[in-house]
Ligand binder design. Structure first.
Ligand code: XMP
Length: 522
């Protein structure tokens, strides 16, 4: 199994919305962990994985229901510490001889306060220290524990959960009713820290170690064969490319498809960085004529996306075919993508937007995948990028969508509009950087609107495009809030754009959150 030389923690996922956050908290403590859905965790799996500790996640089901999710019984005989969270606590109590009840009056959702019981517990070091000795926690449970299992004692209670914190000290089993991994349990990380210390983790999972291991694995997987990597100019594919290059040098060729929908100077910057700084073999495929030609006259958002997606695959394949003997395709797949694809809570059933990716390409081209970032979260990819020496200015860049400026140009795309949009976007981003706001914002861009409006400049009438500024804060792009710029900032930016960008005479600010809006305009 991978990472066999590290101490490993196993998170058994019972379907909680926030299981990934448990992994996050542990990674912050330099502990290597993997999330596996409970269905996959069999006796054989446990023996093979050999975890040094186990965490049971929360979940939406009720242990009182027949057939509800369970871990294999052998998990309790591994002799390693186990932490059960919410549904995970109930599972543990139920399996070990306690009692869980559901029904009226047992539910508790939202903020709650846990107070200490009499006895002290090393798992709770650093808790109950402040003024009134209570800790704020986040509860989200329908059922609750009515009777704890033999061997367990109570170490914390809340008004709605008399067994908020329970433990069997001898067996090192801990079970809490609340969610220590979420933001609303402000001191939650301390519990994870105590738990992994108790389990004997040395905290050796660093980016330096990850880099060395990833390089070794890439060499092992690829041997002397060739790898193709599609570069988008984004952080993920760039970090993947640099890492793979470090592992196999000239066996890697990158293909950068320029669809003519990139931002100002973007293509030049990407090419300069990879070809000049890293000496990576790079095919810079300028296919802008093709893309803009096919998009000509198209105004429907989904049609535009589909045209770009299909052309991208065709063009990528055409260029990849020129690389003799390539057997592998590198992708910057991240851990959240991996989890999403195995999650049993399912994804959204309605297609809001057809996302642009190269899925399906490997089978079509008969290529095997190299995915060296599969175990990382986004900010870990950034940390790895820093470790590999990529410049900070590059690593901290806002995400940029595959279809590029096409989805920031509602309605028909013309070269004229794209030029105006590039200039306005450059001024806006310059403003944001000058005011020191870039890193506080998840994503910021200009959209050029398909309307012209009347204005007056000097003594003359203007009839030019209106544009919208967008800036959002977000954790993962799934939900977002608009960024609360000051009026001074907005006024100054509007003035600069109108003065510096010919073709725009009106600037608006988009104050829609997601939902109900989306981040991009199309
Ligand atoms: P929306 O507009 O759906 O965007 O709220 C959420 C995040 O996804 C990015 N985005 C894309 N990224 N291919 C991508 O690689 C796409 O087709 C695509 N569409 C949207 C968007 O920029 C935001 O960060």
């Amino acid at each position: 199994m991978e990472n066999a030389q590290h101490d490993r923690l196993l998170i058994i996922d019972f379907g909680s919305q926030v299981t990934q956050l448990i992994a996050r908290r542990l990674r912050e403590l330099n502990v290597y962990c993997e999330i596996h859905p409970y269905q996959n965790v069999t006796d054989a799996f446990l023996a093979d994985f050999a975890p040094k500790a186990v965490i049971f996640s929360g979940g939406p089901d009720s242990v009182t229901r027949e057939g509800s999710p369970r871990p294999p019984k052998s998990v309790y005989d591994l002799g390693v510490p186990i932490l059960g969270i919410c549904y995970g606590q109930q599972v543990m109590m139920h399996d070990l001889g306690g009692k869980v009840v559901s029904g009226e009056g047992t539910a508790e959702f939202g903020r709650a306060y846990v107070s200490p019981a009499d006895e002290r517990l090393s798992f709770l070091n650093g808790w109950f220290m402040d003024g009134d000795g209570r800790e704020q926690v986040w509860m989200s449970h329908g059922d609750h524990v009515a009777e704890i299992a033999p061997g367990f004692s109570v170490y914390g209670t809340s008004p709605g959960a008399p067994f908020a914190i329970t433990a069997d000290v001898d067996r090192r089993f801990y079970a809490v009713q609340f969610h220590p991994e979420v933001h609303h349990t402000p001191n939650g990380k301390t519990l994870y820290e105590n738990f992994v210390r108790e389990a004997g983790f040395s905290g050796d999972w660093t980016m330096g170690a990850y880099r060395e291991e990833a390089i070794r694995k890439i060499r092992e997987q690829v041997g002397d064969k060739k790898v193709i990597c599609g570069l988008s100019g984004g952080v993920d594919s760039s970090v993947a490319a640099v890492l793979i290059h470090e592992a196999i040098g000239d066996q890697l060729t990158c293909v950068f498809v320029d669809h003519g929908l990139l931002r100002q100077n973007e293509a030049e910057e990407v090419v300069a960085m990879f070809r000049d700084n890293y000496n990576i073999q790079l095919i810079h495929a300028d296919e802008s004529e093709l893309f803009l030609g096919e998009l000509d006259g198209q105004s429907d958002p989904e049609t535009k996306r589909k045209i770009i997606g299909k052309l991208f695959i065709d063009v990528f394949q055409k260029h990849a075919d020129t690389i003799d003997g390539a057997e592998f395709l590198a992708q910057g797949t991240l851990y959240p993508d991996v989890i999403e694809s195995v999650s049993f809570s399912g994804g959204p059933s309605v297609t809001i937007k057809s996302h642009h990716n190269v899925g399906g390409l490997p089978e079509k081209m008969g290529l095997k995948l190299v995915e060296p970032l599969r175990e990382l979260f986004k900010d870990e990819v950034r940390a790895l990028g820093r470790e590999l020496g990529l410049p900070d200015s590059f690593i901290g860049r806002h995400p940029f969508p595959g279809p590029g400026l096409a989805i920031r140009c509602p309605g028909e795309i013309t070269r004229e509009k794209l030029e105006i949009l590039r200039k306005a976007d450059a001024v806006y981003i310059d403003q944001i950087r000058k005011h020191g706001l870039y890193d506080e914002i998840w994503q910021a861009f200009v959209a050029i609107l398909p309307v012209r409006t009347v204005g007056v400049m000097g003594d003359g009438r203007t009839y030019d495009y209106a544009c919208a500024l967008r800036a959002v804060t977000s954790v993962d792009g799934m939900t977002a809030d608009y960024y609360p710029f000051s009026h001074d900032f907005l006024g100054e930016t509007a003035t600069r754009i109108i003065n510096e960008v010919k073709g725009i005479n009106r600037v608006t600010y988009d104050v829609t959150s997601k939902p109900p809006g989306t981040i991009e305009w199309e």
